[in-house]
Write a protein that binds this ligand. Structure first.
Ligand code: NAD
Ligand code: TYD
Length: 357
């Protein structure tokens, strides 16, 4: 079908959703720093995880404009498409935290599934040139100690977050097959870096350690994650958007796989190097708690990322020790950012997950 091979023009007019969140804000900054010919409309609902502070350094850049709104709002999406001639959609907007999805699943269905559908419908009507769906390695489920997931692996999500992302992926693929929406899916490993909301493992541990609070490790801290520096992911998404083939899925991984407890110990070590307290002070804060995820806690994620390497030449360039150090320095230098993003809602959530443990 000819529709599938639509050439990307040099000048990109992008609708980026969820651009006030962690990866989305880093991606917008990445595009503005690396390409002159981009016009970005950033549509974000500003949930607890979306913060305009994430974009304060680029607020005067004329190539970026912000609109507060919900991706599930079909009328709003239609109005935006009528006003601006978008040729690319990059859909970062999502509810993203596994623990929250186990407390209340419905916002995950509303945004991750129905919201994605609203964007697909608009893409179908307005003939965009690329629709980049930002997905996750968590759709594949969990691995034992051996092996890696490839793009061909079966989807086997184990929690409401990953189930909602897997559902969205399947609907996306059906809109490619059925209607020729020029779709590409990226599935990345766990990201870390500046501007990550302090509910995820790395920023939560840094924040708590800086405040002298407990470092709550689920179970024995033996679960394994693969860590990818956020700017490596942004570069990969940009390359896939420009050079990837429509209808395809690209895993975006790294080679840094480690047990959670090891990550927390590394954070303690790095913090000791950056502050006047020693490693033992921080390590004494480590507290093993009953796993709030129980049987739904995936043991290990690891990705085979040969396909993106072979297609675009991308590979991650920031090793974990360097990336973690940069991240820790960023959080130390941006204590006001932490204070501005945590609201009463954060305190309420924190006591729900950690209060009784
Ligand atoms: P985040 O939680 O930091 O940000 C999500 C953003 O989406 C927020 O700004 C929020 O306000 C916005 N949003 C939520 N619901 C919305 C709605 N209905 N309409 C418009 N905006 C809405 O998330 P993140 O970590 O930046 O993740 C971005 C994307 O990357 C997600 O799709 C996630 O599934 C995927 N992903 C994340 C990771 C990771 O490690 N963080 C790894 C793989 C994939
Ligand atoms: P998280 O950052 O929530 O990402 P994921 O989507 O991979 O679950 O958690 C990463 C790992 O860290 C996961 O195995 C759960 C664990 N974890 C803790 O041990 N303590 C915590 O406070 C958090 C938030 C996560």
């Amino acid at each position: 079908m000819e529709k599938h091979n639509r050439e990307l023009p040099e000048d990109l007019s992008l609708l980026i959703t969820g651009g006030a969140g962690f990866i989305g804000s880093n991606f917008i900054r990445y595009l503005l720093n690396n390409h002159s010919n981009v016009q970005i409309t950033n549509l974000d609902k500003l949930t607890y995880a979306g913060n305009l502070e994430n974009l304060s350094d680029i607020e005067n850049d004329k190539r970026h404009s912000f609109i507060k709104g919900d991706i599930s709002n079909a009328m709003l999406i239609d109005k935006l498409f009528n006003e601006k001639d978008f040729n690319v959609i990059v859909n970062f907007a999502a509810e993203t935290h596994v623990d929250r999805s186990m407390l209340d699943t419905s916002p995950f269905i509303e945004t991750n599934i129905k919201g994605t559908l609203a964007l697909l419908e608009a893409s179908r009507e307005y003939n965009v040139k690329r629709f980049i769906q930002i997905s996750t390695d968590e759709v594949y489920g969990s691995l034992d100690n051996e092996g890696k997931f490839s793009e061909e692996s079966t989807l086997h999500p184990n929690n409401p977050y990953s189930a909602s992302k897997a559902s969205a992926d399947l609907i996306c693929l059906s809109y490619y097959k059925g209607y020729g929406v020029p779709l590409i899916i990226t599935r990345s490993s766990n990201n870390y870096g500046p501007y990550q909301f302090p509910e995820k493992l790395i920023p939560l541990m840094i924040k708590n350690a800086l405040e002298g609070r407990k470092l709550p490790v689920y179970g024995e801290g033996k679960n394994i994650r693969t860590w990818l520096y956020v700017l490596d992911n942004c570069r990969a998404i940009d390359m896939v958007m420009r050079e990837g083939k429509v209808g395809e899925i690209y895993n975006i991984g790294s080679d840094y796989e480690t047990e959670n407890i090891e990550v927390v110990r590394l954070i303690c070590k790095s913090l000791a190097e950056e502050t006047h307290k020693n490693k033992e002070y921080y390590e004494a804060l480590i507290t093993f708690i009953d796993d709030p995820r129980g049987a739904a806690h995936d043991f290990r994620y690891a990705l085979d990322y040969e396909k993106i390497k072979n297609t675009t030449g991308w590979k991650p360039t920031t090793d974990f020790t360097t990336g973690l150090k940069e991240t820790i320095k960023w959080y130390i230098n941006n204590r006001e950012w932490i204070n501005s993003v945590i609201t009463g809602e954060y305190q309420e959530y924190y006591s729900k997950v950690y209060g009784k443990r």
